[in-house]
Write a protein that binds this ligand. Sequence first.
Ligand code: S3P
Length: 420
Amino acid sequence: MSEIRIDPIKKFSRTLLCAPDKSITHRALMFNAAARGKSEVRGMLCGEDCLSTLECMRKLGAQIELNGDRASITGNPEFASANLYAGNSGTTMRLLGGLLAAKRGEWVISGDDSLSRRPMKRIITPIELMGGKITGTDGHAPLTVKGGRLHGIDYDMPVASAQVKSAVILAALGAEGETRIREKEISRDHTEIMLESMGVNIFRSGGEIRLCGGQVPQAVSVLVAGDISSAAFPLVCGLITGGEVTVRNVGLNPTRTGLIEVFDRIGADYEITDINAACGEKTGTVTVRGLGQAKPYKIDKSMMPRLVDEIPVLAVLACFLRGESEISGAEELRVKESDRIARTLELLRSVGATAEETESGMIISGGNARLRGGCAFDAQGDHRMAMSAAVALAASEKGGSVIGGECAAVSYPDFWRLFS
Ligand code: S3P
């Protein structure tokens, strides 16, 4: 395991393209591999999670050629039975669980230690309600799926989770009759947007989604823009070191832009230009220029789906805002690649910040001009914790190191180049 040294940076100023969108890459690979026809996915994320999806889809029978960041796919809606490995990727495992349930065959989907600790009951329950045969080990991976006939259901989402919603939508595609899904807080809608572009009839209004079974998506080529959850790291690093950072071609789907809402709330100096669209997804260039007298923030449950992966780095940002910032309704963070509430508090304290844990989040006391740093933070296999630590250390007096930082490659393979 490597230990990556991060020196303090006076003003972190960069113009860059960040890592491509992980959620969109997973879906583009998975849905096209399960579709009728040929397609190309360009500008895809070649991070470990998405490569897990790619390998699973090859095992299921799709032909996928990978050239740099371009995948040429010949889809195959009839899947071969296989043992599948999802690595560290919750998206791969949960979406596949739904997709396979209505196909013919038998599959076992396993994952690494972290993924094997994450809850899978959340997809097992709705798939069982649809008549599907999917079992875990005490609600965890490995999952065994015995494909068969499913029927549509009316489902009120008990958690705000795009992975669960997508699993139900994918199962519904192969089910008899109509499925209705209702969400209290609307989670990222890349699945709905992409399936629509693949000719699937899927109706949405407010928090309700309706679709009928018996639909096979038609392959569609996809161009993947930057991932706002990855852009968050250089953007926050720029803000807290007083630098100017521009990230070009970032996905700005409104179900993902909680980060920008936080920039608005605190009064950060930022700008969005070059607004465009790629495959039904809004994109743009985001520039940050500094914090000035930025105010602390409050983030609650209603915002959580729009910034769930950005919480650790937003907690680092809070250290530099004058006053107390509060994050609540963040229970879902406890079941990500690590318990990100506990690990974020550990990170903040080890770099010299003051923060306290609450039932559903944390309160962070800000106002630091610089953090102390001078520590070694162990990422323990969680990519977003590794990258959040790098940002905090870059904005510290002494710098420090990130142990096991190579896990950043799960979502941002070029991340460490930002600091070299
Ligand atoms: C994702 C959804 C989110 C997010 C994850 C990717 C997706 O998880 O944290 O990184 O691609 O659907 P949940 O849906 O479980 O909240």
